[in-house]
Design a protein around this ligand. Structure first.
Ligand code: PEP
Ligand code: MG
Length: 914
């Protein structure tokens, strides 16, 4: 079958042997990335390892171009491909001294797919190609190992029948199970040669019956069909789905690797195993893995025999262990990354079958990155790039123990709005959650249809929060993120029955209050179980190093959204450079304050309102003082009140129910006194209901919020500014460096600012004069309405800084309600990929991003030193952070728990990492 040398040089080269490194590199102008594209990841790495002198069983790769030409020609081998394959087989015969298809001294090969990117959706491996009845029989007698020979043969027929001919593997497994029963064998290892021979015979019959075709006895036909099957698997449904999901191009094609078989199952001087060059869980620089003596590769992963830890090999076969260590180091040096490898030892000779970059935990990732910088393998920039921002989450929150998750299925899923795991007993009522947590020391999961400000005490007491409604910027999501409480919201499968203290999932599952639930805020999964958790450490030295390097590279500042001094302290500990948003309405969530705010909103006379406002002043002052102290020397942006009224008012529905109940109970009172009390209560509740109804708005999120409320109740913002400057002046009088920035929310017209700012500045001046201090401060605005963005040039005449409220800006630009976005049509848009990203998670570059660009450009034209920040939830999202970096934002602000993530993401943006 030899082909003329001249002819080869004229034809397209579809095949490269593992020892043709120089040829491949020359063909691709020394471009290693190109080599990976042509030979696939697996083929390229085997080529590379062979060049490094690592013992790799000889083999060759059929290129991805071969695959694409095959598919383009309607599933026909292109001219010369098969001839080149035959030539390559002949070269393997020369190297190994064996002969493909020979009865006396057969060469056996494996066939594996190998695309540019590892793709679990592709065809599996076929081992032992080259056997048939005659060759297997001879191998059995010649080696005096009949069991070995027939076990190899049945594996070939089973794998070939499955992956090439399409017989379901369950059928083959059923035959093996039946044979075990017949042979009284407890496991496969106890099946002897005649059992495997009988099994193989039956396999072939099954193939015939299922497919109407024979298992091919000609080894070349086996090789040909296996290669075609790999090519075709590129267009299999599983592979297409995987590529869709992973965003891999459909035109890359897959390569096929044909490799000489080596056997770890020819006696006690043989073994097979998998190992990593470092510990994949902790990152420690020691080999980690498993092996089996006298076994074939799949036995290690199949779990049918108990594997031995790789360290044991040091005792069992010290020389082999030594070689493994050297190979691991050599490959690490070369790839500058931790390696995941497969090996086989055949009668005392070690072979490396595969190597690739190893998958690892977040903890291992940071340790390995830092260690590799210390070892001189990679630069600091590369170490920072290697750690993905989301991996930092692992160090900030407890996680469900991965071992415990192996045996359990989730009962429902929702939106993963606040990361980390929480485990506890269910409370459907915030008061109960608080009582159980505070008085009885229980871990509690608060489960509600949705949350409101008067649920916050229960949320704070709980370990985690679940709601059946709501989206990423719902009240529950915002508050949970703010306080670092793991939360899953919008779990539509849950039907909560508050009256009977239970919840239903589907037809059959009823879960009662007090039962255990485990939630995973990283992926939105919920488990009906009391699962163990692992608690990582933010002060992990490797992580701290990565973050400090990130700080050196990033250009964006990172501030925190913090409402309380405790939050501010934590944010600073996590590396925040100031407060980018203090939502003052959150300061009124506490139980003793909420009624005063409600009184202030519902007041019917100026005196009533003035009283409520003055009652709030001392509370505000002490809160602000705490913030200034915690953030000494750093800017603190305090946003004047922006309460969506529906969140702060009692629910009209609840009031109505209470009134009905009171009226019904009137019949049962025995004393006149009780009756009088009830009448009084009915009168007062009716008045509140009337007021609530009068204040009710059809679209409260677009209603009397932010500066609009400030315009209607001028005393309110004045009180807040007085509180801010009294607090700041007290601190300044002690010599503290305070940097207040006053922010006015929901501005849509510069006129709103023009009316507001003058009187507020006067109050600031008056307070500072009273205290004998002079504090530099800024008054600025949020940009969260498209009109404000489009008229930014005018707005910047009065505003000294802009902070993009991208939650509202997304809501108002898209015209999607932020409260129920994730349960409505948006889900459909995302599922059908009309939208690639949820605009409430990642800033929509074409709409919201464009408005931001306009606002930045025009704002800076009016005021060149305009400070620009982002304080919506997007401030902690790596993709949005990248956009902010590109369009000239000065800083992002996010919840304290996302500050470390934002620091890393900002460095990635500066280092231009996708
Ligand atoms: C915003 O709208 O992005 C914002 C930060 O304000 P809030 O979420 O409080 O409306
Ligand atoms: Mg807003």
């Amino acid at each position: 079958m030899a082909i003329e040398k001249k002819a080869i040089s004229d034809m397209k080269k579809y095949i490269y042997l593992f020892d043709e490194y120089d040829e491949v590199m020359a063909a691709l102008d020394q471009n290693w990335d190109g080599v990976r594209g042509l030979l696939g990841g697996k083929g390229a790495n085997l080529l590379d390892a062979t060049r490094l002198g690592i013992p790799v069983p000889p083999g060759f790769t059929v290129t991805t171009v071969g695959c694409n030409d095959y598919l383009a020609a309607g599933e026909q081998f292109p001219a010369h491909l098969w001839d080149q394959a035959l030539e390559a087989v002949a070269r393997l015969e020369g190297t190994t001294g064996k002969k493909f298809g020979s009865v006396e001294n057969p060469l056996l090969v494996s066939c594996r797919s190998g695309a540019r990117f590892s793709m679990p959706g592709m065809m599996d491996t076929i081992l032992n190609i080259g056997l048939n009845d005659e060759i297997a029989a001879k191998l059995a007698t010649r080696t005096h190992r009949p069991r070995f020979a027939y076990d190899l043969y049945r594996r070939l027929v089973q794998m070939f029948g499955g992956v090439v001919m399409g017989v379901p593997d369950e059928v083959f497994e059923a035959v093996i199970t039946a044979q075990r029963r017949e042979s009284n064998a407890r496991n496969d290892a106890e099946l002897d040669a005649s059992a495997w021979k009988a099994v193989t015979l039956r396999f072939k019959e099954i193939i015939r019956t299922y497919t109407g075709k024979e298992f091919p006895t000609d080894p070349y036909e086996q090789l040909r069909q296996a290669t075609e099957a790999v090519f075709r698997s590129w267009n299999g449904k599983r592979a297409i789905d995987y590529r869709e999901a992973a965003g891999i191009d459909h035109d890359l094609g897959t390569a096929v690797n044909i490799q000489t078989m080596v056997f770890g199952n020819v006696g006690d001087d043989s073994a097979t195993g998998v190992f990593m060059s470092r510990n994949a869980t902790t990152g420690e620089p020691v080999l980690e893995g498993d092996y089996l003596i006298n076994a074939q590769g799949e036995d290690v992963v199949a779990g049918t025999r108990t594997t031995l830890p790789i360290l044991q090999l040091k005792t069992d076969m010290p020389q082999m262990y030594d070689q493994l260590e050297k190979i691991a180091r050599r490959l690490e040096q070369h790839h500058r990354n931790m390696q995941d490898m497969e090996f086989t030892i055949e009668q005392g000779k070690l072979w490396l079958l595969q190597t690739r970059d190893g998958k690892r935990t977040a903890q291992a990732e940071v340790r390995i990155a830092v260690d590799m910088v210390d070892e001189g393998l990679i630069s600091r920039e590369e170490a920072v790039i290697r750690v993905k921002p989301d991996q930092v989450d692992f160090f900030l929150h407890p996680q469900l123990d991965p071992d415990a998750l192996k045996d359990i299925q989730p009962i429902a899923n929702g939106l993963n709005v606040s990361p980390g795991a929480a485990v506890g007993v269910i409370a459907f009522d915030p008061d109960l959650a608080q009582r159980w947590a505070k008085e009885e020391g229980k871990s509690v999961i608060l489960v509600r249809p949705e949350t409101r400000p008067d649920d916050v005490h229960g949320m704070l007491a709980a370990k985690g929060v679940v709601t059946s409604k709501g989206g990423r910027t719902s009240h529950a999501a915002l508050v949970a993120r703010q306080f670092g409480k793991p939360a899953v919201v919008g779990v539509e499968a849950i039907e909560i029955d508050l009256d009977n203290h239970l919840m239903r999932i589907g037809e059959n599952l009823v879960i009662e209050e007090g039962e255990y639930l485990s939630i995973d805020g990283n992926n939105g999964l919920i488990y009906y179980a009391d699962l163990p958790t692992v608690v990582p450490d933010i002060n992990n030295p490797s992580l701290l190093k990565i973050l400090s390097w990130a700080d050196e590279f990033r250009k964006l500042g990172v501030r925190a959204n913090a409402d309380y001094p405790d939050d501010a302290r934590r944010a600073r500990e996590y590396g925040a450079q100031g407060i980018g948003l203090c939502r003052t309405e959150h300061m009124f969530f506490q139980e003793d304050r909420l009624p005063i705010v409600q009184r202030m909103i519902m007041a019917t006379t100026p005196t009533e309102r003035a009283e409520a406002i003055s009652a709030l002043l001392p509370m505000q002052r002490s809160d602000f003082e705490g913030l200034f102290r915690a953030m000494e020397g750093q800017p603190v942006i305090i946003r004047l009140l922006d309460p969506p009224l529906h969140e702060f008012l009692p629910s009209a529905h609840d009031l109505m129910l209470e009134l009905t109940d009171l009226k019904l109970r009137m019949q049962h009172f025995s004393s006149l006194k009780e009756m009088d009390q009830a009448l009084e209560e009915i009168r007062s509740k009716s008045e509140i209901l009337q007021r609530v109804e009068a204040l009710q708005e059809s679209n409260p999120m677009l209603g009397t919020r932010g500066v609009r409320l400030g315009m209607l109740i001028p005393g309110l913002y004045k009180m807040q500014v007085r509180a801010i400057f009294e607090a700041a002046s007290r601190c300044a009088a002690e010599g503290l460096d305070v940097r207040p920035e006053v922010m006015i929310p929901l501005v849509s017209h510069v006129g709103e600012l023009d009316i507001m700012v003058g009187p507020l500045k006067e109050i600031a001046r008056e307070v500072m004069d009273d205290h004998g201090v002079d504090i530099a401060y800024l008054i600025g605005t949020m940009i969260e309405i498209p009109r404000a963005a489009l008229t930014a040039g005018e707005v910047a005449r009065t505003a000294e800084f802009f902070s993009f409220g991208t939650n509202d800006l997304t809501q108002t630009t898209y015209g999607i309600s932020r409260d129920d976005a994730e349960t409505g049509f948006l889900v459909h848009y995302l599922q059908t990929r009309l939208l690639r990203d949820n605009p409430f998670t990642s800033i929509d570059p074409g709409g919201v991003g464009r408005l931001m660009q306009i606002a930045i450009k025009e704002g800076k034209m009016t005021r060149p030193d305009l400070e620009i920040g982002v304080c919506g939830e997007h401030g902690g999202d790596p993709k949005s952070i990248r956009l902010c970096h590109q369009i000239g934002v000065d800083y992002v602000s996010c919840s304290p728990f996302r500050v470390p993530i934002a620091r890393l993401a900002a460095a990635h943006a500066a280092l231009s990492v996708d």
